[in-house]
Design a protein around this ligand. Structure first.
Ligand code: NAD
Length: 488
């Protein structure tokens, strides 16, 4: 038996309860209540923003190396409890333990990455001649509202906390109502390393998110979530000309070229399609396959996908976890049904590890679909779940055209045995990130690839100094030396 977790909000260093409690259930065992969180109101948002605004006045003056020390100490403390955080995350969010552990580790890595580059990056540039001195400072902006989704909540939250705090801003974080527990626990742990009010946590849903994005003292909104919500966030930001970073949805294409070897491609491709049961913003969401090799490619892909064992995220035998929430579950099942009705070939694959628990969780078997129209909703929308369509093409130009024919532009991949062909085609894809012969970052990519979306997949980038730059205001200062007393 697990103890039921009960979490309050954190405002100005104090725990704040609420009459309205949200019950969080295990998506892999819906009869289990994992915890409850105190849900916030517009008034809690106001208190949290004011606390962050007050804390900003001194936090911004703290030397960068002291800010970094706090960040690094917070990361070390998170590391000590990383297994507990990852376990809680499985139970509230549904993913496999190894996936949530990775998410927690990514969060810790983000804090450390920003801690390690902040001191160099935040140095002012200075220029001087006989008459004047010019200094370009990288100043913090003030209160950042960080709004996060449920699908990789720890990495995404810490990907905002790290750069915001290193740059001298303060924060109000709103975790997702579909995965608030581990994130809230980690933020409270981190907050202990910073002055009260530097990190505030208000739990809630769209109403709390909306109150945050409309608050006049919020100077920047760092939002990760769906494109539709991103539009509402952007409209709210316009009221008081807030800065925004938007990391939004994707409908990422993978183009298999005719020279690719399916035996090499398939094992790597499924790592890009099915992690977290397809609930990854930059997962492969549609695959373009040369018509000539479609039958053999489909068979090879189905054989590989059939190896997945679908079960609870804490079952060590599970290699495929349930979906996170009812809305996504119903949506994905509906998309599969639509394809079936339209005459597509639908293969529901993998095995059911816990048949008795199957209907007590949001389980969906990994599903591969072919003979699907390029205009089917499964192809043109972001399914965000374990159903993957294969679309046949005749020429490379046609594949490129179909891949780019979308308002999304997050990630994409090209699969080929010819690296030059792969690199040349990559440049023609409309995306923030393109991979050749994989659909995931290499260790070198982790260090050097800024991440973000083109078109309606977002505005701005995370990671690397380019990501840190999103949290600073360039402040250009000019001194006219002529009126000054000579300095002794
Ligand atoms: P969502 O847009 O429903 O919710 C995201 C967050 O916004 C939640 O905390 C939610 O409570 C809050 N919210 C909802 N309405 C709001 C409003 N009107 N104003 C302010 N905040 C509001 O998204 P989701 O279902 O939690 O997450 C899935 C989506 O996130 C997918 O589209 C996925 O592609 C995207 N995503 C993108 C990235 C990326 O890096 N580009 C990463 C992860 C997820």
């Amino acid at each position: 038996m697990h103890e039921i977790i009960k979490l309050n909000m954190l405002i100005n260093g104090r725990e704040v309860d609420s009459p309205h409690q949200l019950e969080v259930r295990d998506p892999g065992k819906l009869t289990d209540v994992v915890g409850t969180v105190a849900m916030g109101s517009a008034s809690n948002v106001h208190d949290a923003v004011c606390a962050a605004h007050a804390a900003f006045q001194s936090w911004r003056l703290m030397p960068v190396h002291e800010r970094v020390q706090s960040l690094m100490a917070g990361a070390a403390a998170m590391e000590e409890v990383s297994t507990q955080l990852a376990t809680t995350l499985v139970r509230e969010q549904g993913m496999l333990l190894r996936e949530t552990q990775r998410d927690v580790n990514n969060g810790i890595k983000s804090l450390r990455e920003m801690g390690s580059i902040a001191e160099d990056f935040l140095q002012a540039e200075q220029f001087e001649d006989e008459d004047s001195l010019v200094r370009v400072e990288k100043a913090p902006r003030g209160v950042i509202a960080a709004i996060v989704p449920w699908n990789a909540p720890m990495g995404l939250t810490m990907g905002k906390v790290g750069p915001a705090l290193a740059a001298g801003n303060t924060l109000v974080v709103k975790p997702s109502a579909f995965a608030p527990l581990a994130v809230s626990q980690a933020l409270k742990l981190l907050a202990g390393f910073f002055p009260p009010g530097t990190i505030n946590v208000v739990h809630g849903d769209a109403d709390v998110g909306s109150a945050l994005t409309h608050h006049p003292l919020v100077r920047q909104i760092s939002f990760t979530g769906g494109t539709k919500t991103g539009k509402a966030v952007m409209a709210a930001a316009a009221e008081s000309i807030k800065n925004i970073n938007l990391e939004l949805g994707g409908n990422d294409p993978a183009i298999i070229l005719d020279d690719a070897d399916p035996a090499l491609v398939v094992p790597e491709l499924i790592k890009g399609i099915f992690p977290r049961s397809g609930q990854v913003c930059y997962a492969v969401k549609r695959v373009y396959v040369p018509a000539r090799i479609m039958p053999s490619f489909f068979d090879a892909l189905c054989a590989a996908v059939d190896q997945y064992q679908v079960g609870h995220g804490l079952n060590p035998l599970s290699t495929f976890a349930p979906m996170n929430n009812h809305k996504q579950y119903d949506y994905v099942l509906g998309l599969i049904a639509q394809c079936r009705q339209a005459g597509a070939i639908v293969r529901e694959l993998g095995s059911r590890l816990e048949p008795d628990n199957w209907n007590n969780g949001l389980y969906v078997q990994p599903t591969v679909i072919k003979d699907v129209a390029p205009t089917a909703e499964l192809v043109v929308a972001e399914q965000f779940g374990p159903a993957i369509p294969l679309v046949a093409y005749d020429t490379e130009e046609q594949a490129l055209q179909m891949a780019n024919d979308t308002e999304y532009g997050l990630a994409s991949s090209i699969w080929t045995s010819d690296p030059n062909r792969g690199l040349a085609l990559s440049s023609r894809l409309e995306a923030g990130v393109t991979f050749v012969n994989s659909h995931a970052r290499t260790p070198l990519g982790e260090r050097h690839m800024p991440f973000g979306g083109a078109k309606q997949s977002g505005i701005g980038r995370v990671r690397t100094p380019i990501g840190l730059a999103e949290y600073v205001e360039y402040h250009a200062i000019s001194l006219n030396k002529k009126n000054c007393q000579p300095q002794t």
